[in-house]
Write a protein that binds this ligand. Structure first.
Ligand code: AMP
Length: 116
């Protein structure tokens, strides 16, 4: 199921260009348009899911696929040893700005903690 009004559904459909770095049957990963680190990739499910709040038990394998894709991307980008951060912002307090779940893969510099 996709949502024609959703930015990331449109990227998945190829209607809006993006720098895709990896894709498989369930997921697509592309570079963030406004990178917050030397490596900043977003991993999204092809299927529209608005946020973590909308996940169902049946989505467990899909969530696993997002993380396994992120692990591969981190390795391919040379981040595995130095480290990287995986983030899924959820809702207004976390600053979620696109209502289609996306796992941020951030790395290539030291990342402070706690986040702002
Ligand atoms: P969040 O704020 O966690 O919802 O993350 C949304 C991310 O999507 C932000 O980091 C944006 O820079 C990124 N973004 C917005 N539009 C695009 C786009 N057209 N292509 C790639 N990344 C985008």
């Amino acid at each position: 199921m996709s949502n024609g009004a959703c930015l990331f559904c449109r990227i998945v459909a190829g209607e809006i260009p993006a720098k895709v770095v990896r894709q498989d049957e369930e997921t697509v990963a592309f570079r963030d348009i406004n990178p917050q680190a030397p490596v900043h990739v977003l991993v999204v499910p092809r299927r529209h899911i608005a946020s973590v709040n909308a996940l169902a038990a049946a989505d467990a394998a899909l969530v696993g696929a997002l993380f396994l894709a992120a692990r591969e991307i981190a390795a391919a980008e040379g981040l595995a040893d130095a480290g990287y951060r995986l983030v899924m912002n959820t809702g207004p307090d976390a600053g979620q700005s696109v209502d289609h779940i996306h796992l941020h893969v951030l790395g290539g510099r030291h990342l402070g903690w706690p986040p702002g």
